[in-house]
Design a protein around this ligand. Structure first.
Ligand SMILES: Cc1cc2nc3c(=O)[nH]c(=O)nc-3n(C[C@H](O)[C@H](O)[C@H](O)COP(=O)(O)OP(=O)(O)OC[C@H]3O[C@@H](n4cnc5c(N)ncnc54)[C@H](O)[C@@H]3O)c2cc1C
Length: 500
C-alpha cells in the first residue's frame, strides 16, 4: 500500500480522470493549501468534441489532445500536484483510498471522481466489434482505418454486388456525434476522394444515418432538427428516422420500421458501421455504488447531492458525465444537468470550490449550471446553433454563419496555443482544398471483424433475419478463428482468415 504523498501535512485531494471535469478541478485547486494527485488511465487530456475530426482524417491526434503532465506543468512546478498514469479499478471508501491497476492504493482526504462515460450498446455488447463507438483516440483510429480501408477494398473488388457493402457507411444514432460523422463521411465520398480512385467512383458511396427517434438532433429545437436533416441530405447523406436497429453483424445492419402499423424488418448491407447511439457512465460508478451504497441512475451515473457529493460521503464528489446532477440555478426548481463539456467543467470547478469552502469551515454550495446553448456541425458550411449570446440573448441560426461560429468556439476552447494554431491552419487548408490531411493509418492489415469474410450474399431487403442470416453461427465461428489468428499471428492463420 502507498499513499503517494509528498507533503503529508496538507489535505490530500485525489482527482480521478483528467478530462473536462478533472482538469478544471485540478486548476481550481492548484493555489489552495492542498496536495493534489491527478490519476488518469491515459497520458493525455482529450478534446472529445473534435474527436470525429480525427476519425475522419481531418485532424491529427495531437491537435486535439495534449499530455496531462505538460498541461499541468505550472501546477507541478508549484510543487503541490502529482500526475499518475494508471487505471482506478476500485474505491475503498472505508479506508479513504482508491485502488490503482488492481493493486496500488492512493489514499485521500478528499476525492473527486471525474471518469466520464463510455459506450452503451443497450445490452448488445457483441455489436461493439462491428460498430465501434467514438470516445477515445483509439476509437478514432479504428474508425479512420475502417473508413479508409473500405474505399481501398471497394477499389479491389470486381463484383459490383460485393463492392456495394464496402461503399455503404451506416452511422447509428443521430445525436451530434452521429450527425457530424454522417455529414463528414458524405463529404469525404463526394469531394475528398472523388478524383483519387480509378475503378470506383467514391461519389456513389452511400452514407446512411439511422435514428430510432422521429428526428435528428433530438435535444435541439424542432426547426433546427429539420434544418440539420436538410443540410445532411444536401451533403449526400441518407437519413432514416424512426428506424430501430435490431442487429449488427459483419455484413451490415438490421433495423425495423413501422409501416401501416406493422413492424417491417430491413437489412442494409454495410461493411462499415459506426455507433453513435448510446452512452453509459464509467464503470467507476458501479465501483462507487459498491463502496458507498450510493444510487445509480439508469445510465449508471451516480446520483449526487446538490453540492455534487455522494450521499453520506461529504469527502467524495462526482463530476462530469459520471454524475447524475441537478442544477440549482432556481433553488425551487432544480433541473437535470446535461452530459456536455461546459457542464463537466463547471462541475469540476464547483467541486474544487466546495473542498476549499470545507477546509475553511464554510458550508458547501449547490451546483448551478449556466447553459450557453448547443452547437452541432454537419459538414463544410453546414451547422446548427441554439445559443445564448451576451447582449443578444437566446438565438437560433444555421448554415454558414452557424458553421463559422462553431469553428470559432471550438478553436477558442481547445487547450494550448499550438493546438489552436494547428487546428486553424488545418481547417483553413481543408476549406480551400477540400482535402483531409490525416488520411494515414498504421497497421493496415489489422484483422478487423467486419473485414473477415469478404464474399457474402446479403439477405433481401425486408426479409426477416433469422438464424440463417449472414453473421450468425457459421460466421461468428470464422470470426472466432480470426481473433485467435490475431492473438497469434502467422502466415497460416492470416491466410485462412483473410479469405478475400
Ligand atoms: C465524440 C464526442 C463528441 C462530443 N461532442 C461534444 C460537443 O460538441 N459539445 C459538448 O459540450 N460536449 C461534447 N461531448 C461530451 C463531452 O465531451 C463530455 O460531456 C465531457 O468530456 C465530459 O467530461 P468528463 O470530465 O466527465 O469526462 P471525460 O472528458 O470523458 O474525461 C474522463 C477522463 O477519465 C479518464 N478515466 C476514465 N476512467 C478512468 C479510470 N478508471 N481510471 C483513471 N482514469 C479514468 C479518461 O481517460 C478521461 O481522461 C462529446 C463527447 C464525445 C465522446
Amino acid at each position: 500500500m502507498s499513499s503517494n504523498r509528498t507533503n503529508p501535512r496538507k489535505p490530500h485531494v485525489v482527482i480521478v480522470g483528467c478530462g473536462f471535469g478533472g482538469i478544471e478541478a485540478a486548476k481550481a485547486l492548484s493555489r489552495a493549501p492542498v496536495e493534489i494527485t491527478v490519476i488518469d488511465r491515459t497520458n493525455h487530456h482529450l478534446f472529445q468534441p473534435l474527436l470525429y475530426q480525427v476519425a475522419t482524417a481531418g485532424l491529427s491526434a495531437p491537435a486535439i489532445s495534449g499530455p496531462i503532465r505538460h498541461i499541468l506543468r505550472d501546477e507541478i512546478a508549484r510543487g503541490n500536484l502529482t500526475v499518475l498514469m494508471g487505471e482506478v479499478t476500485a474505491i475503498d471508501a472505508a479506508a479513504n483510498c482508491v485502488v490503482m491497476d488492481g493493486g496500488e492504493h492512493v489514499c485521500y482526504d478528499h476525492l473527486i471522481v471525474a471518469a466520464g462515460a463510455t459506450h452503451s450498446y443497450f445490452g448488445r455488447d457483441d455489436w461493439a466489434r462491428y460498430a465501434p463507438g467514438l470516445k477515445t483516440l483509439g476509437d478514432a483510429f479504428t474508425i479512420r482505418r475502417r473508413v479508409l480501408t473500405a474505399f481501398e477494398r471497394a477499389e479491389r473488388e470486381s463484383d459490383p454486388a460485393a463492392r456495394e457493402p464496402w461503399l455503404t457507411f451506416a452511422v447509428v444514432g443521430a445525436g451530434p456525434t452521429g450527425v457530424e460523422m454522417a455529414g463528414t463521411l458524405a463529404e469525404i465520398a463526394q469531394t475528398t476522394l472523388s478524383a483519387e480512385f480509378r475503378r470506383i467512383d467514391s461519389r456513389h458511396a452511400r452514407v446512411v444515418l439511422i435514428e430510432g427517434a422521429p428526428r435528428v438532433l433530438g435535444t435541439f429545437p424542432e426547426d433546427l432538427s429539420q434544418r440539420a436533416r436538410k443540410q445532411l441530405e444536401e451533403l449526400g447523406a441518407e437519413v432514416l428516422t424512426s428506424a430501430k436497429v435490431t442487429d449488427i453483424n459483419a455484413f451490415g445492419i438490421q433495423y425495423e420500421t413501422v409501416e401501416g402499423g406493422q413492424p417491417v424488418r430491413h437489412f442494409l448491407p454495410a461493411r462499415t458501421v459506426i455507433w453513435g447511439a448510446g452512452v453509459a457512465a464509467s464503470p467507476l460508478g458501479r465501483a462507487l455504488a459498491k463502496a458507498t451504497g450510493c444510487t445509480l441512475d439508469r445510465a449508471g451515473r451516480v446520483v449526487v447531492e446538490p453540492d455534487l457529493t455522494v450521499p453520506g460521503h461529504a469527502e467524495i464528489a462526482v463530476v462530469g458525465d459520471l454524475a447524475s446532477a441537478k442544477s440549482f440555478l432556481r433553488a425551487d426548481k432544480p433541473t437535470p444537468v446535461p452530459g456536455v463539456s461546459p457542464a463537466a467543467k463547471q462541475m469540476g470547478r464547483k467541486a474544487a470550490l466546495n473542498i476549499i469552502r470545507r477546509l475553511k469551515g464554510q458550508p458547501t454550495q449547490a451546483f448551478r449550471y449556466y447553459d450557453y446553448g448547443s452547437l452541432a456541425t454537419i459538414g463544410k458550411r453546414a451547422a446548427v446553433a441554439d445559443v445564448e449570446l451576451p447582449l443578444i440573448g437566446r438565438i437560433k441560426f444555421s448554415g454558414l454563419s452557424a458553421w463559422l461560429f462553431w469553428l470559432f468556439v471550438h478553436i477558442y476552447f481547445l487547450i494550448g496555443f499550438r493546438n489552436r494554431l494547428v487546428v486553424f491552419m488545418d481547417w483553413a487548408w481543408a476549406y480551400f482544398t477540400s482535402q483531409r490531411h490525416a488520411r494515414v493509418f498504421p497497421d493496415p492489415h489489422a484483422l478487423e471483424p467486419h473485414a473477415m469474410v469478404v464474399r457474402v450474399t446479403p439477405p433481401p431487403v425486408g426479409a426477416s433475419i433469422g438464424a440463417a442470416a449472414p453473421g450468425s453461427a457459421a460466421v461468428h465461428a470464422a470470426l472466432g478463428a480470426a481473433d485467435s489468428a490475431t492473438a497469434a499471428p502467422g502466415p497460416a492463420g492470416g491466410a485462412a482468415v483473410a479469405a478475400s
